[in-house]
Design a protein around this ligand. Structure first.
Ligand code: CP
Length: 416
């Protein structure tokens, strides 16, 4: 077994081509990323070297075609020679694995979003896929140059609801990958004349756009729209109704990992605020459970708690001080002000007193605890100025990580 917990590149060697996949050594999850040509036994080493430079893998896995071709078959000798050559060229740890066992990243296919599928939700995304995306995002945080990854690919931010962070960070991410970026502004578009969202999407698709980043006020809208596009078009959910905000969930996990390491089982995480209406909370909970978070406490007024299924695996704390006590991470959520008009909270002042994250409350958490908020913030309501701008706040780090995470997601969905 390979002795690394980082990114692994896997290679399945054939006579005419070599399949390449990227994956996580921890989980074995992987997705195909490239096919490299072999002409008359000559490998396109330029392409292989480029992949190594782009992915900076911690280790390599080469499929051993032992059981497919017999012990002394030329293809096996070719694969073994390839393994020796790539180990020497890349100076990386390498193992050969029996191809038939399907444990080589080069031979695995992926089931949720990797390998050029839509990203609609974090629900059901395997831990290995999450870790692969987070590992790749971390490479982008560290400045990995990927200006050619989406060269010639057109993407559109198709937002039917307001956004600052998500829209602009997707645009920035797409630019850093070399994509052409179009922005759709619902307020000045033909949506105001009654054009349906599906017709809008297909109209822009007809212009040659292959990736859509969609925000919508309706639950399940992005999944619905995935039914009207061509197979080669990929959709990324940038927040739909109260359902999911998968890239926010991913960037939150990356931020926690950077602050606290990748063993989530030891962490005490408090989520405080309007969970009932929060797509961020739903995506965060999916990701936290998948990554094995040990202790998730949630706290909100009873009128702002979601259903029991959403809260599976969480401890519900009525008292915010108890929720925050000893926490490593305090995640606070935006109070949507219309909830006051709906009578779900008595007043903003009462809410701040009972659920606001303040300097006094943060003293109950671990001394090195960190505070997160997905933004936009209501200062003085769910979070005080002192905490939002204080040393424990990772709020702007979350924003910065959003670009890197969205690069990883765009690449996974759209790079061939
Ligand atoms: N966190 C978030 O989704 O922010 P925006 O609404 O500004 O995109």
């Amino acid at each position: 077994m390979i002795r690394t917990d980082g990114t692994v590149l896997g290679f399945d060697v054939g006579k005419r081509r070599i399949g390449v996949a990227v994956g996580s050594a921890v989980s074995g999850g992987a997705r195909p990323i490239a096919v490299v040509d072999v002409h008359d036994g000559v490998i396109d080493w330029k392409a292989i070297d480029k992949l190594i430079r782009e992915w900076l893998p911690a280790g390599l896995v080469v499929g051993d075609p032992l059981t497919l071709a017999g012990d002394d078959q030329p293809i096996r000798k070719f694969a073994q020679q390839f393994a020796r050559d790539i180990a020497a060229r890349s100076k990386r740890e390498l193992v050969m694995m029996e191809e038939r066992s399907s444990s080589s990243p080069g031979s695995r296919s992926n089931d949720v979003m990797m390998g050029g599928q839509h990203l609609l939700t974090l629900e059901g995304m395997p831990r290995g896929d999450l870790e692969t995306l987070l590992g790749r995002a971390q490479q982008f945080v560290q400045g990995m140059d990927a200006r050619e990854r989406l060269a010639g690919v057109a993407v559109c931010t198709l937002f039917f609801e307001a956004s600052t962070r998500t829209r602009l960070s997707f645009q920035r991410a797409a630019q850093r990958l070399g994509a052409d970026v179009l922005n759709f502004d619902a307020a000045t578009s033909s949506a105001t004349k009654g054009e349906t969202d599906a017709d809008t999407l297909r109209t822009i698709e007809a212009m040659g756009v292959r990736g859509f980043i969609i925000r919508h006020r309706e639950d399940g809208a992005v999944a619905r729209l995935s039914g009207v596009v061509r197979p080669e078009t990929k959709l990324i959910n940038a927040g739909d109704g109260r359902s999911q905000h998968p890239t926010q969930g991913l960037l939150d996990m990356l931020t926690i990992r950077q602050a606290r390491g990748d063993d989530f089982s030891k962490l005490k995480i408090a989520i405080v605020g309007d969970m009932a209406h929060s797509r961020v909370a739903r995506s965060d909970l999916c990701a936290l459970r998948a990554l094995g978070a040990g202790d998730i406490r949630v706290c909100a007024p009873p009128s702002l708690l979601p259903d029991a299924q959403t809260l599976q695996g969480c401890t519900v704390e009525a008292d915010v001080d108890k929720a925050v006590a000893g926490a490593d991470v305090v995640m606070t959520l935006r109070l949507q002000r219309e909830r006051m008009q709906e009578g779900l909270v008595a007043s903003l002042e009462d809410y701040h007193r009972d659920y606001g994250i303040t300097t006094g409350r943060m003293k109950l958490a671990r001394p090195d605890a960190v505070v997160m908020h997905p933004g936009p913030m209501n200062r003085g309501v769910e979070i005080s100025d002192e905490v939002a701008d204080g040393a424990q706040s990772l709020i702007l780090r979350q924003v910065a990580n959003g670009v890197a995470v969205r690069m990883a997601v765009l690449e996974a969905a759209l790079a061939v």
